[in-house]
Ligand binder design. Structure first.
Ligand code: 5GP
Length: 140
């Protein structure tokens, strides 16, 4: 597997403004932030998809996400967050190394310029929804 930009940042071959790191996780400032305080949180383990991440790396990320959110809130005064993961090309993933975006939101700035939400909810039949839920559950 060839190195991504983020692998090079982990190895110190490319610069980044680091905000946190431990044995399994690195967090750094997004180079083109969607809002002030936009931070990327990545596992040191390589791999493009969250679905392939080890339980240990996933747990390590889960453990620090709230702490990093608190630090961003204290540092920026943001009120809210979107925590976002683009997984796969059709989901808009550009860098093929798992990364969580923590995107601060500022109540006084409305939707802001960087991130706009465009949900188009569907209305599936209730039984179809239940059946799909059972199908997914059987795979766990
Ligand atoms: P994606 O679209 O894959 O979810 O997001 C990739 C993110 O990585 C983008 O927000 C982009 O600004 C950020 N990014 C891309 N290259 C670099 C880089 O070299 N350094 C840093 N700090 N962020 C990067």
């Amino acid at each position: 597997m060839s190195d991504t930009i983020f692998t090079k940042i982990i190895k110190g071959e490319l610069p980044a403004h680091r905000v946190y790191q431990d044995d399994r996780v690195l967090a750094f400032m997004d180079i083109n932030p969607l809002a002030e305080g936009h931070v990327l949180v990545i596992p040191k383990e390589p791999g493009a998809s969250l679905a392939d991440l080890s339980d240990d790396s996933a747990a390590a990320i889960g453990r620090v996400l709230p702490r990093i959110c608190r630090a961003i809130r204290k540092a920026t005064g943001c009120t809210d967050f979107n925590v976002l993961l683009n997984d796969g090309e059709s989901a808009g993933q550009a860098v093929m190394h798992v990364h969580f975006h923590i995107i601060p939101r500022y109540a006084d700035k409305g939707e802001g310029a960087g991130l706009t939400k465009s949900w188009k909810p569907t209305k599936p039949d209730s039984e179809a929804l239940a059946e799909l839920g059972r199908k997914i559950a059987r795979q766990l």
